[in-house]
Design a protein. Structure first.
Length: 69
């Protein structure tokens, strides 16, 4: 059985290409804390490592302005 390769995705916030391993059950994002529900925007897919780190650092009560990116 061959291993499933990572999926190339584009960040929903900044457009940067990155590898997602969710289909492999071993994505880099699984090692990070979960994003607070208040910070999740349902229209967005995955975020790149930098944008996910930014979202994790931002206070929960601050709504990220996605149009500034």
């Amino acid at each position: 059985m061959s291993e499933v390769p990572p999926t190339n995705k584009h960040c929903s916030v900044c457009g940067t290409q990155f590898e997602c391993g969710a289909q492999r059950d071993s994505c880099w994002c699984q090692d990070l804390p979960s994003l607070a529900a208040a910070k999740i925007v349902s229209a967005l897919d995955c975020r790149c490592p930098a944008c996910l780190a930014d979202a994790l650092r931002a206070p929960t009560h601050v709504q990220l302005n996605l149009e500034d990116r």
